[in-house]
Design a protein around this ligand. Sequence first.
Ligand SMILES: [Ca+2]
Ligand SMILES: [Ca+2]
Ligand SMILES: [Ca+2]
Length: 151
Amino acid sequence: MLISDLLLYYGCSSLASVSDVPSFWVSKVFPQSNSVYFLSKKLYHISLDRRNELCKTIGGYLVELDSRDEQNFVAKFVRTLSYSYVFIGGNDIRREGHFVQYNSKKPMPALKWAGPNPDNWRNEDCLDIMQAGLNDISCNYVGQFLCELRV
Ligand SMILES: [Ca+2]
Ligand SMILES: [Ca+2]
Ligand SMILES: [Ca+2]
């Protein structure tokens, strides 16, 4: 299925120019927020702002995890498809240790962290979603990224 067909299927028509649109894997609908998730197929070495811009090209935004349920749902989706870091929207760029959502700027809820994270090792201010939980990583790493769309 082409991404344009998928977007029509989900009722999203805010497609920018097709050449700007990365290719993604698409999840099922998460019923609690009526969201679907788009995981970039390629690796990108881009800023957090740019990741969000690429999500906007498909009418979405960098994923905002609003609950443990959403975290679990998303983690299951990325489990078999990710092969690198998977950036989400949460970050503590503005204030160390205070994680906020990229778009809404709301504080992140209590989510599951992997091991000793967040540990801010060498100043890590972005977040990677893993099976074991979230990990704070450098915003400058190469990785995949995950968008959320309301359908
Ligand atoms: Ca969400
Ligand atoms: Ca940090
Ligand atoms: Ca870390």
